[in-house]
Structures are given as structure tokens and as C-alpha cells.
Design a protein around this ligand. Structure first.
Ligand SMILES: [Zn+2]
Length: 207
């Protein structure tokens, strides 16, 4: 069934053509310009609206739930964008057999939920979008990805791994999640996607 309600309406920032996509698109269907950042902008809008709802929620528990969902959406979106671009580049730059191997679910696993492993994979294709971020921002990204693991899988209780990543956290303590933190997290992720777009497509042109 054609689900109009799930169609994401975007406007290409190069040719201004309006088009609808499901899930994720890398290019404008009309002029072919990379539209990754345009696409991610819409993702940010939805996340920011969830943060607003969380700030306005009358119940603390509901507010925390909404913030947690918004926070998780940032991690999910980042993983999806990094993985999609990685697969696309591998398909363009590697021989068919090699590409199939690299693109397999087994080879990728959850590498793109981890900054170091994501950088390692992307570096083999000649790009490092994380290099565009300051050390502070990169640390913030790393801490929040760890925080997601704690919030999603450990009932919000800091574990040893999290305590190691975030020096002031103590194992066993409940992890706090503030609206302003999610705002900064989504903003850093937005810039990372911009760097990703700026680096990824020239690599193909140069090949
Ligand atoms: Zn276009």
C-alpha cells in the first residue's frame, strides 16, 4: 500500500525540486545533487519537535520517555546515514566481489554505532567526517552514544564502560538526560552529516 503519511517531503537545495522519499535518499531524483544534509535536516526537525514536547510535558516520566526517544533517534539516524554512505561508496569504489563482502551484514555488524570502528571503516575509503568536529564535540558524541547504550540496555544505570567514557559518572548511578544535551547531540550529528556529504561524493568523482 502507498503510505502517503510516511512519505518525507523534501526540497532539493540545488534545483529546488520538491520530492518525496521513504526512509533515506542520497541524491535529488531530478538534478542528481547529493541531498544527504537536506534529508538529515528533516530528521533534526522531527527530533527537535520531540524535545519541545518533552519540555512541555506535564509529567516527568513522560518527559523523560520523550527525551529518551529523541536521543535514541539521533543515534539511529547517525548509524543509518554513516552505514548507507559506506555501502554506497563501497559499491562504487570496490570490485563486485570485494564490495559484496564488505557490504554484508556480517562485515558491518554494529560498527557504525561506534566512532572508532566507523572511522576505521570510512578511512579505508579515504574519508573521515569525524575529523571536521572539534575534540570536545567528538567526545560529546562518544559520551552520548555510550549513554544510549546505558539508557537502552541497562535501565539507565551507569555501567563500568560508561563510567570509563564519562569520568564523572559512577557505576550503578542513574544516568541523567537533559533536553539541552539532546539539543547539542543532534546539532553535532547534523554537522557530522554535513561533513559526510561534503567528503563522500567527491571521492567517487575522483575515482
Ligand atoms: Zn535537485
Amino acid at each position: 500500500m502507498w503510505r502517503e503519511d510516511l512519505l518525507r517531503q523534501l526540497t532539493c537545495n540545488v534545483c529546488s525540486r520538491r520530492y518525496g522519499v521513504y526512509a533515506i535518499a542520497l541524491f535529488c531524483p531530478d538534478c542528481g545533487a547529493p541531498n544527504l544534509a537536506v534529508h538529515y535536516r528533516r530528521e533534526c526537525d522531527l527530533i527537535e519537535q520531540q524535545i519541545t514536547l518533552a519540555r512541555e510535558a506535564s509529567e516527568a516520566e513522560l518527559s523523560f520517555r520523550l527525551l529518551g526517544n529523541a536521543h535514541e533517534d539521533v543515534v539511529t539516524a547517525l548509524e543509518t546515514y554513516l552505514k548507507t554512505v559506506y555501502r554506497f561508496l563501497v559499491g562504487k569504489l570496490c570490485q563486485v566481489e570485494e564490495a559484496a563482502k564488505l557490504k554484508s551484514a556480517k562485515a558491518i555488524g554494529n560498527a557504525f554505532q561506534n566512532i572508532d570502528r566507523a572511522r576505521e571503516k570510512l578511512a579505508k575509503l579515504g574519508i573521515d567526517p569525524f575529523a571536521g568536529l572539534s575534540d570536545d564535540d567528538r567526545d560529546y558524541l562518544r559520551i552520548n552514544i555510550e549513554k544510549r547504550h546505558v539508557l537502552g540496555h541497562n535501565l539507565g544505570l551507569a555501567d563500568e564502560r560508561y563510567a570509563e567514557a564519562v569520568q564523572e559518572a559512577q557505576p550503578g548511578r542513574t544516568v541523567v538526560l537533559l533536553a539541552d544535551e539532546v539539543v547539542r547531540f543532534v546539532e553535532i550529528a547534523r554537522r557530522l552529516v554535513q561533513y559526510l556529504e561534503a567528503q563522500a561524493f567527491p571521492v567517487i568523482d575522483a575515482a
